[in-house]
Design a protein around this ligand. Structure first.
Ligand code: UDP
Length: 236
């Protein structure tokens, strides 16, 4: 089967980069993940990546001495830390990249403009987006959905540590069933933990399918982009 999708937005959670440690960046795990992205790029897919930051800081988990909004800015900075690391690791594998931040920090990376990011993506660079939307109370899932729209991507590949979306927590309930396919509406109505509602709505409005898959299953990302059954497909 030929490549089904041509421009992919990969949402990489910060937690995935941490591996079993759950915090920080685990080098071997991050290199493995970068390798999966390299495979994707090698198939000719134009690839953009939104990095999360949960392995460094989450605003909602800020201690009471730190305000939630401050915690969110700390979380956004965490995504920049991940973006810088991922950029170096991808370049170490021979890929050409560019890193954009939603908030100006020009000593670290380029400040996002749609025009510049589109030009780099069209050139075949792996375009990494860090800093989330750049405002508190948003998530990198929403950033992923918005970036997919802005970059004209035809799919969101949500790279996670589980092999799709379940009707219950598979770690707590062994009888939990995985959906191979669900609709955006079901995700919203059942509050399934695929993406937050803002992100799911944006994908729905713009008819961008989401594939939720396990990045630790070698080759799953290729199956996802080629439209082969893997993980969970979210569509209309
Ligand atoms: N965040 C934010 N605005 C954004 C994106 C992220 O305030 O547009 C903050 C928020 O505090 C979040 C943290 O950054 O908890 C890390 O991002 P996220 O949790 O989405 O990363 P993931 O859980 O996917 O690693």
């Amino acid at each position: 089967m030929g490549v089904h999708y041509e421009r992919a937005l990969v949402k990489m959670s910060g937690e995935a980069l941490a591996g079993d440690a759950k915090m920080g960046i685990h080098p071997e795990t991050a290199v493995y993940i970068a390798g999966q992205i390299a495979h994707l790029v090698a198939t000719g897919v134009k690839t953009a990546v939104v990095v999360g930051g949960g392995n460094i800081f989450r605003g909602s988990l800020a201690p009471k001495q730190i305000r939630r909004v401050t915690g969110d800015y700390m979380g956004m900075l965490g995504t920049v830390i991940n973006g810088l690391g991922l950029q170096d690791i991808l370049e170490g594998l021979g890929l050409s990249t560019s890193l954009f931040t939603s908030i100006d920090m020009s000593a670290f990376a380029r400040c996002y403009t749609r025009r510049d990011a589109l030009a780099d993506l069209d050139e075949g660079k792996v375009v990494i987006f860090a800093g989330g939307i750049g405002r508190p109370y948003f998530t990198t899932d929403t950033t992923a959905a918005l970036s997919a729209v802005e970059m004209d991507c035809d799919v969101v590949l949500k790279a996670t540590r589980v092999d799709g979306v379940y009707d219950d927590d598979p770690e707590k309930n062994p009888a939990a069933k995985r959906y191979s396919r669900i609709t955006y509406r079901e995700v919203l109505e059942k509050s399934l933990k695929v993406m937050d509602a803002t992100a799911a709505s944006l994908c729905m409005e713009n008819s961008i399918p989401i594939v939720v898959f396990n990045i630790f299953e070698p080759g799953a990302i290729i199956k996802a982009v080629q439209g082969e059954p893997v993980g969970t497909l979210v569509t209309a």
